[in-house]
Write a protein of this length. Structure first.
Length: 434
């Protein structure tokens, strides 16, 4: 099968009515067609790119995907739609042993199929090469600004933040940035609203998601603080100089070893997270907004526990972009969708109330944030995937992974090869249904 034309399927997304993204844009599809492949596009009324855009570059439109060699998707593919022997590319969400996706993984194995997980396409240093993370940060920050305006309106404070829409309310990222730019001009002219002053934004993490958050803050009049300066600014609002002040905390800045033991060592934390505990609570009383952008597993300490919420007296909104349910933000008790994105969590009653009116800070916990900017996000993703796409199509899926012709980053993304877990992911066998 190596270097022979393939039958390639682009599936319609079915996980959420808000999911309009694609991994393969018409531009990338045209490259696959020009390489001699037959590209079949499953019809979809939701997809951000019109069907005609695919047809015009030589793709065939089909009501249902027939058997193909390679299936490109975005979100998880339902078990009954996984194809016997085919290679599948999508965000699988299995590497943590997520129980809800283990039946899907088991089905891939029983079908003799191959799974290439976008999340695991990395360079030799483990850095991701194909991702939506920046767009999660962009949409998450825009949605948080919208939620801030809505919360302030509920509290009886009319502010320019009320002019911001949720991300999906804009036709493009450029339109969203224009709105944030207008907000910035208003703040420069009128100052930070009294109901918010000083406006202190905390951002956890330093990856692609956090970078997206900071991009949205850039059009505002801002000043960056070190974490150690936050308390002083909260105590002396005049020192904020009528700017939106923000601080970024990296892992080493909010994790400590127990008293008497040596200081934070990043690799030691990765190897033995149980030795560390979070002291992020020192910042909580001072923050107006918290944007959570860190990678988290059950082995890691939480950033905010439910019991910490009463200390967050100034906090209006937690934008939990990472969106691990009861994870790094323990009060993220459920994920939401763009049409109903926020709730408040009352620690005393241990209950969540949709909307902005309940007790406690508003929690924005949309788990498909890049889908709110579908065209821009898809074009960026496809541009990153493009250098690998022809090689994925040309690969030999009939023999060993090592002899497949797949480039190293794609080989690293292979969780299942022809119905068998690859060595790096053999640990997932213990999570499979018996």
């Amino acid at each position: 099968m190596a270097n022979t034309p393939k039958k390639i399927g682009i599936r319609k997304e079915t996980k959420s009515p808000w999911e309009r993204r694609v991994a393969v844009t018409p531009t990338l599809a045209a490259e696959l067609v020009s390489a001699g492949n037959e590209v079949l596009v499953e019809r979809s009324e939701l997809r951000v790119f019109p069907e005609g855009d695919y047809a015009s570059v030589g793709c065939a439109l089909v009501d249902e995907l027939p058997p193909v060699d390679v299936v490109f998707g975005v979100k998880e593919i339902p078990e009954h739609l996984l194809q016997q022997g085919a290679a599948h590319l999508f965000f699988a969400h299995v590497i943590k042993g997520q129980a809800y996706n283990m039946p899907m993984l088991a089905r891939l194995l029983s079908q003799g199929a191959t799974l290439l997980d976008y999340e695991r396409i990395t360079d030799e240093r483990g850095r991701r090469l194909v991702f939506f993370g920046r767009f999660a940060g962009l949409a998450g920050m825009i949605d948080t600004l919208w939620a801030l305006g809505q919360r302030l309106e509920h509290e009886g404070n009319s502010t320019p933040f009320a002019e911001i829409k949720p991300s999906h309310g804009y036709a493009s990222l450029a339109d969203a940035f224009a709105a944030v730019g207008a907000l910035g001009e208003t703040i420069r002219a009128e100052g930070v609203p009294a109901a918010l002053h000083p406006l202190i934004v905390g951002v956890t993490g330093n990856g692609n998601v956090a970078k997206g958050v900071l991009e949205v803050l850039e059009p505002l009049p801002t000043r960056e603080l070190s974490p150690s300066e936050v308390a002083a600014i909260a105590a002396d609002p005049a020192a904020a100089d009528d700017k939106v002040v923000y601080t970024v905390t990296f892992t080493e800045e909010h994790l400590v070893r127990p008293a008497g033991e040596h200081a934070f060592v990043l690799q030691d934390y990765y190897d033995h997270p149980e030795r560390y505990e979070s002291d992020f609570e020192q910042y909580l009383p001072h923050l107006s907004l918290l944007l959570n952008c860190i990678y988290w597993t059950e082995r890691y300490p939480r950033v905010v526990r439910k019991q910490d919420l009463p200390a967050m007296t100034r906090c209006k909104v937690i934008g939990d972009i990472s969106c691990d349910v009861e994870g790094s933000i323990e009060a993220t008790v459920k994920a939401t969708e763009p049409g109903d994105p926020v709730y408040t969590y009352d620690a005393e009653s241990d209950s969540a109330v949709m909307g902005v009116a309940g007790a406690g800070p508003v929690i924005c916990a949309v788990d498909i944030l890049p889908a709110e900017l579908p065209r821009d996000a898809s074009e960026s993703f496809a541009a990153a995937l493009g250098p690998f796409a022809k090689e994925i199509a040309a690969a030999d899926y009939s023999g060993s992974l090592a002899d497949s012709g797949l480039p190293d980053p794609i080989q690293r993304s292979c969780i299942v090869w022809r119905g068998e877990l690859t060595p790096d992911y053999a640990y997932l066998a213990e999570h499979l249904p018996s």
